[in-house]
Write a protein that binds this ligand. Structure first.
Ligand code: ADP
Length: 451
């Protein structure tokens, strides 16, 4: 028998025996037994009450440590002490975590599922201009004052980081990232990238300045070479070197122009303009140029929806799409096919350029948009490529919140897809699209006020 029960039984037996003896002395054993039972009940009830008070109201712990109730109270006391120790340990580790987070120069904002601020460290407050005391519980996109922050945050922020100027300190550049955790919580991480941004800016300025400085001497050299190659008195021995020099000068000039174009696109902060652009017309214009490049060696197919209008910058879009189409022509052997499509998607619209050309091996694909990255350097050079085309495409598309997706099979061909988000796409009536296309006879400009 467990010792707790035998202690209880011993106590009950002792009280009842004492009560019965007292009853016998006083003349009624039964009355003594009844009084004994009442005393046992009363004592049990009192102990239960003390236990209840201790557990529920943090009263004093019952004095009795033996018997069943004593055993329960001992166990509860042990559990309570263990819980208190655990709580203390937990509080200390939360404190340590908070101290570490406060010491972190990067900002961290803990967010609830609906974007409400649950907690933020000091750096986040300093970088984003938030005040922990008054901004906790507020929706973050209502507090961070930046034209594109809310659009990024309300979209799919975990997909891509976001760069912006600090709303709290002038000249400070921030990189924001969202990391999901728990069931539906999110952590917004904010990093000060001012130094990196300044260095990047210096690099861009340097490249832009060098390119700019090279432009004028190159123009002079090219002009002189042109005169020389047209000179009938030029000695025959000079013809080949002059032709080679002309070719190389033209290549340098293309590189300089592409570098300048790239630095112009890169250095313009914010997204691209939102002018309505008739993409179907733009594709027609690009294909006219591509046909000159192809010299009828390729079959060209267009499937463009004229009622789909893109809100963007005409020049940048032309530059991006023409680069992709010209590449398709150049990397497709004679007799191949180039198909250009412009169509609506569930998530927006897509301009797709498919060719039946040489294709690209899978491991090259992620690096294609790096500056000067070429799968086959000699071939690119031979075709007059600069290695900057797809870098321009990537930046121009980024400024239109669009993505570039490449699929390719070596020897079979490649498909380059530019996917534009729904908020940059508009649909106009078929008639209006036709009229606009007719009015816009050159097809070189976007639609205007009609939209
Ligand atoms: P380039 O001026 O050399 O064409 P790009 O940046 O436009 O430079 O393209 C980078 C590289 O990607 C090219 O050198 C080429 O190897 C590859 N590439 C681009 N488009 C295609 C395509 N349609 N088919 C096969 N390879 C391609």
């Amino acid at each position: 028998m467990p010792p707790a029960i035998s202690a209880d039984l011993r106590r009950v037996a002792f009280i009842l025996a004492a009560a019965m003896i007292a009853g016998a002395v006083l003349g009624s054993v039964l009355a003594g037994l009844a009084a004994g039972l009442a005393l046992v009940l009363g004592l049990q009830f009192r102990e239960l009450w003390l236990l209840h008070r201790w557990v529920h109201r943090n009263g004093e712990r019952p004095a009795r440590r033996v018997g069943l109730l004593g055993d329960v109270s001992n166990r509860l006391d042990r559990l309570q002490r263990q819980a208190r120790k655990r709580k203390k340990r937990l509080r200390k580790s939360v404190q340590r975590f908070r101290q570490a987070s406060e010491a972190n120069p990067d900002g961290a904002v803990m967010l609830e599922a609906d974007g409400r601020i649950e907690w933020l460290n000091r750096s986040a407050g300093r970088l984003l201009g938030l005040k922990p005391a008054q901004d906790t519980g507020q929706i973050i996109s209502n507090l961070v004052r930046h034209p594109r922050f809310a659009a990024w945050f309300d979209g799919d922020p975990a997909r891509e980081p976001f760069e912006m100027d600090s709303p709290a300190a002038e000249g400070q550049r921030l990189l924001l990232r969202v990391v999901p955790f728990g069931e539906s919580r999110r952590m917004l991480l904010v990093r000060d990238i001012t130094r990196l941004h300044t260095l990047e800016q210096m690099r861009r300025d340097f490249v832009a300045n060098v390119s700019h400085e090279l432009r004028s001497p190159l123009t002079v050299v090219m002009g002189d070479l042109e005169i020389m190659s047209g000179d009938t008195d030029l000695p025959d021995g000079w013809r080949r070197p002059v032709a080679r020099m002309t070719e190389q000068a033209a290549r340098m000039s293309r590189i300089v122009e592409d570098l300048l174009r790239l630095s112009r696109i890169e250095s313009d902060p914010g997204g691209a303009a939102r002018q309505p652009v008739q993409v179907a017309d733009m594709i027609a214009a690009i294909l006219r140029d591509a046909a000159r490049l192809s010299t009828s060696r390729h079959e060209m197919i267009v499937e463009a929806d004229p009622s789909l209008i893109l809100l963007g910058d005409y020049g940048e879009l032309y530059s991006a799409l023409s680069n992709i189409v010209f590449n398709a022509v150049q990397y497709t052997p004679a007799g191949g096919r180039v198909t250009v499509r412009w169509l609506a998607l569930e998530e927006g619209a897509c301009c797709e350029v498919e060719d039946t050309g040489v294709g690209i091996e899978a491991h090259h694909i992620p690096r294609l948009t790096e500056r000067f990255y070429r799968v086959d350097k000699a071939r690119s050079r031979e075709l007059g490529g600069t290695g900057l085309g797809l870098a321009i495409v990537k930046h121009a598309l980024m400024r239109h919140d669009a993505g570039l997706h490449v699929t390719s099979e070596p020897g079979e061909g490649s498909t380059f897809r530019c996917v534009f988000p729904a908020d940059r796409v508009q649909r106009i009536e078929r008639d209006a699209a036709g009229d606009a296309a007719a009015e816009d006879s050159g097809g070189e400009r976007g639609l205007s006020a009609a939209l």
